[in-house]
Ligand binder design. Structure first.
Ligand code: MG
Length: 316
């Protein structure tokens, strides 16, 4: 007989850290986009409802990308009406361009996000144009969205390292962040797309952004656990005053058995740490873990989240 899973950690607050954190759940979008399996729309809708039932209040639901480019999210139009009974939940959607924004606005999406790259190599690989040209492309998207009363989150990918260019200079990140805010983005999410950040580098970037007048209240962090640094980096960001953290339920999109593994920080692993620090999130870890186990069964493989696996060793 194996021992029972540990009970939740006893909260031991640290006065240097925020009292409350908002989890920006990215599993249904960033997670499922990077899973090999294409999940049926009714399963996605139920998953998002289960995430909301667990107490998540910001759930990035889908992306209005070209269906032939990202078949995992080709059902955005079909999914959206199935979420109409979640009025208290923020359900941002990614829009890659003006066409994506048209589709989102036509459905009544109330929050959107654009996905920018800090590095030229990734801008060309992912967006097919230079950093400047991609920001020019986003300008009318952000303007039209904000004019329609729809706030825009700006993702910055490759904020720390880039697979082609190596370490990314901090001033470049600051410059792209400035541009996105000047376009009208309400919030920026700093992405460690290949998971190479370490805590000192996180603090250095946040300090440089602060020096440029971009405070922690406008920033979210989006860490990947590729090298096991996501929670350490998150703690560094919390210490700096960041209170919005992106995470993916069950570690979706970070499946170690998928070729496209990106290593999203698992929401359960984040919640375990936050609970131990006495930081409020409003999320029920047990219910979230149950939702992630349910999704793992649909995907036919165990959750990559350490906390999920420790909580349900019989399914790991
Ligand atoms: Mg991610």
């Amino acid at each position: 007989m194996s021992p029972a899973p540990a009970s939740l950690p006893t909260p031991t607050p640290d006065p240097a850290l925020p009292a409350r954190v908002r989890v920006h759940e990215v599993g249904p979008r960033d997670g499922l986009q990077n899973e090999r399996a294409v999940v049926p729309v009714e399963v996605k809708a139920e998953f998002i409802h289960r995430l909301a039932d667990a107490g998540l209040t910001t759930i990035e639901a889908t992306s209005f990308v070209r269906p032939d480019r990202v078949p995992q999210l080709a059902d955005a139009e079909d999914l959206w009406p199935r979420l109409a009974d979640l009025p208290g939940v923020r359900l941002p959607a990614l829009v890659p361009n003006a066409r994506g924004l048209d589709r989102a606005l036509a459905l009544g999406v109330r929050e959107v996000a654009v996905f920018a790259s800090v590095t030229e190599s990734f801008a060309r690989a992912n967006l097919g144009r230079s950093v400047d040209a991609s920001l020019d492309m986003f300008a009318p998207v952000v303007t039209r969205a904000t004019d329609a009363g729809v706030p825009v989150r700006g993702y910055l990918s490759m904020c720390f390292g880039d697979p082609w260019e190596g370490e990314v200079p901090i001033p470049r990140v600051v410059a792209v962040a400035r541009r996105l805010l000047d376009l009208g983005c309400a919030e920026l999410s700093l992405g460690d797309t290949i998971g190479v950040a370490t805590p000192g580098r996180v603090t250095a970037l946040l300090a440089a952004l602060g020096d440029a007048g971009i405070g922690a209240e406008r920033l979210a962090v989006h860490f990947h656990d590729t090298y096991g640094q996501a929670l350490a980096n998150t703690l560094a960001a919390l210490r700096y005053g960041v209170t919005t953290v992106d995470a993916s339920a069950g570690g979706l999109g970070g499946c170690p058995f998928a070729r496209s593994a990106t290593g999203n920080l698992a929401t359960e692993d984040l919640l375990w740490m936050l609970r131990g620090l006495g930081i409020e999130t409003g999320v029920d870890l047990d219910r979230l873990t149950a939702a992630s186990l349910w999704m793992a069964r649909h995907l036919g493989r165990p959750s990559p989240s350490r906390t999920v696996r420790a909580s349900a060793p019989e399914e790991a």
